[in-house]
Design a protein around this ligand. Structure first.
Ligand code: SF4
Length: 232
């Protein structure tokens, strides 16, 4: 695996793919390399609620707080691009200038999520990647952001520490390597498969119980048995 300082724009990958990649590398490859997609309850409900974060318009000012929604971000260093649900900018003397705005501002990303807080780092990783994009674009440091969970209406503060940042660097490097080779990792059945929107395409049980050759031989056998039955 290699790291590089800058990716050309044509090679940028979807920032939202980090969540898929953290969930299962094969799922990410099926969606982002092979362009397969299937909605299940979790992804449909997630995207409906997610859309609500983008329903209010582009920006809003409340006192010394500027709220921007659906803010496009990118990082040349990580080679990713996407959108932040919400970025709150608080006016402060130690902030950074924003184009078209007076004063200086401290950015604070907030990501809206379906359901409740999860055990895995997937949501925190996505938020951290957004913050790293903002840091690169605005030449600033963002030590914290928040996740807002629609089901519990709970706002969780997230410390954007080095452990999360290092994971992002490693994951994006791995994603670029797989993408450039067009390689989809093999299925590794796990409990995640039960909630996976691509289970029917991936067929994880196949990987666990039978080889592809066994599967094809069984399919041919079943088909010839049906043909014989039809002739009777
Ligand atoms: S079914 Fe399991 S192995 Fe296949 S893509 Fe989904 S999580 Fe990954």
């Amino acid at each position: 695996m290699h790291t590089r300082s800058d990716y050309p724009e044509d090679d940028w990958l979807a920032l939202s793919g980090l969540q898929h990649f953290a969930f299962c590398r094969r799922q990410w490859a099926l969606i982002h390399i092979e362009q397969q997609w299937q909605d299940n309850y979790l992804t449909t409900a997630g995207s409906l609620e997610h859309n609500r974060a983008h329903d209010y318009g582009e920006s809003e000012t409340r006192g010394n707080l500027l709220i921007m929604r659906d803010l496009r971000v990118f990082s040349r260093r990580l080679g990713i691009t996407g959108a932040c649900d919400v970025v709150e900018f608080r006016q402060s003397d130690v902030g950074v200038p924003l184009r078209g705005r007076d004063g200086t501002w401290i950015p604070y990303p907030v990501e809206y999520k379906h359901g409740a807080s999860k055990q895995t780092d997937a949501d925190r990783l996505q938020l951290c990647a957004e913050a790293m994009c903002l840091e690169e674009m605005l030449a600033c440091t963002i030590p914290e952001g928040a996740l807002f969970y629609q089901q519990t209406k709970h706002r969780e503060r997230v410390c954007l520490d080095n452990a999360l940042r290092n994971q992002i660097v490693t994951m994006t490097s791995e994603m670029h390597e797989l993408f450039s080779r067009g390689h989809t990792p093999k299925a590794k059945p796990s409990k995640s498969c039960m909630a996976c929107s691509l289970r029917d395409i991936c067929l994880p049980k196949l990987a666990k119980t039978r080889s592809a050759r066994q599967f094809i031989e069984e399919a041919i056998h079943e088909e010839s048995a049906i043909e014989k039955k039809d002739c009777i």
